[in-house]
Design a protein around this ligand. Structure first.
Ligand code: CP3
Length: 347
């Protein structure tokens, strides 16, 4: 089969004959074959076996017909290399043995050694680069989202310790943002060198901040990450996570190619808030996937109708897939996105 570059073309706002689709968290627990692998290995054990991690990344490409693969990994993986001891606990998420709370904790963080500590991630990327006939998206967590785990020590709803540090100890906060920014830049650059064809920076929880606090405490680091990587030709995606609609007007200085939208902002309105220069990606509410297929298709149609009004649209969800999602519905949704958008683009 020939290489399918629709995802890359859409990221660059080039013409496509039909819309590309992929799904955040497409490699995961809704797939019974993945759950079978998980009976024997933890997430981190899978990541340390490049052949197996590559197999998991390939599953949704084969089963769903999506136009891009995403590396099987987790946003927490690189922090092991800067001196953080963590685990991914089932049904909880990342749990940190030594949370970051003081100036000394931040000072003790080491520079990342991607080739040394994370060679298994690079090897997974190399395997996928050989095997895929669609682009491989690699990813990193954004500094705020990573910091929220490092400071809270576990998933949080209020981000109280994170915000306490941010507001009370801004010098420590910015030092932490700088170090995590350096980590993200080195990690993503190594991904591209190993064969990644695009990357996404997941800022899943930054919507917890007001636009003003986002601008003050987070945006400078996001700007730096994308500016320092702007020599790379591979498409760059920034996903400001859930409830990020109010942040969109602040993003115009970020040198990303694509901005991910959550489902609270219609595509047309998202584009308006962003000011027109970015491609956009999104934004079906993942929980719409619990509805009957005709309802799912009507939501997808509304997104596609707005998405194709301008070049530069990638069909996705507004946040990651949940474990109860159905493989059959996802396959049918992907087929629908392809067929309906092709018809609509042809006019
Ligand atoms: O398919 C893909 O998207 C690639 C794999 C991927 C994982 N995590 C694997 C994973 C990706 C892109 C991530 C990113 C990630 N990890 C984010 C950003 C995306 C988002 O959802 O906002 C965040 C916030 C994390 C941190 C994290 N890791 C959480 C909150 C959890 C869920 C805990 C739970 O069990 O409900 C994880 C665990 C995790 N990462 C799973 C997977 C497939 C599920 C548990 C497992 O299979 O072991």
């Amino acid at each position: 089969m020939s290489y399918n570059d629709r995802f890359i073309r859409a990221c660059r706002k080039e013409q496509v004959d039909r819309l590309p689709a992929w799904y955040m968290r497409q490699a995961g627990r809704y797939d019974p074959d993945y759950r079978k692998i998980k009976e024997n290995y933890s997430l981190l054990e899978i990541c340390r076996q490049p052949e197996l991690a590559a197999e998991v990344s390939l599953m949704p490409v084969k089963k769903l017909g999506v136009d891009a693969a995403i590396l099987y990994s987790d946003i927490m993986n690189p922090v092991a290399s800067i001196g953080i001891d963590f685990d991914i606990v089932a049904n909880v998420g990342p749990v940190i043995a030594n949370p970051i709370r003081s100036a000394a904790d931040v000072a003790n963080l080491k520079p990342i050694d991607v080739e040394g500590d994370l060679s298994h991630v690079l090897e997974t990327i190399r395997i996928l680069d050989r095997e895929l006939d669609v682009p491989l998206i690699t990813f990193a967590g954004a500094p705020f989202t990573i910091a929220s785990y490092l400071i809270e020590g576990r998933p949080s709803k209020s981000y109280i310790r994170t915000k306490t540090l941010m507001y009370s100890e801004p010098a420590i906060w910015f030092q932490l943002m700088d170090k995590l920014g350096d980590m993200v830049i080195a990690y993503l650059r190594a991904h591209v060198k190993a064969g990644g064809k695009a990357f996404q920076v997941f800022d899943s929880w930054v919507g917890a901040l007001s636009p003003q606090d986002f601008k003050t405490y987070v945006l400078p680091t996001i700007e730096r990450i994308f500016s320092e990587l702007s020599d790379l030709k591979e498409p760059k995606i920034y996903f400001p996570g859930v409830a990020s609609g109010e942040l969109l007007p602040t993003l115009s200085s970020v040198k990303a190619d694509v901005i991910g939208l959550d489902w609270r902002v219609p595509i047309k309105e998202g584009r308006r808030r962003l000011g027109g220069s970015y491609a956009v990606q999104g934004n079906l509410d993942p929980y719409v996937l619990t509805a009957p297929m005709d309802v799912i298709k009507s939501y997808a149609k509304a997104i596609i109708d707005e998405g194709i009004q301008e070049p530069g649209f990638v069909f996705n969800l507004g946040h990651g897939l949940f474990p109860e999602a159905s493989l059959d519905k996802l396959r049918e949704l992907t087929e629908y996105v392809h067929a309906y958008s092709e018809e609509a683009i042809a006019g």
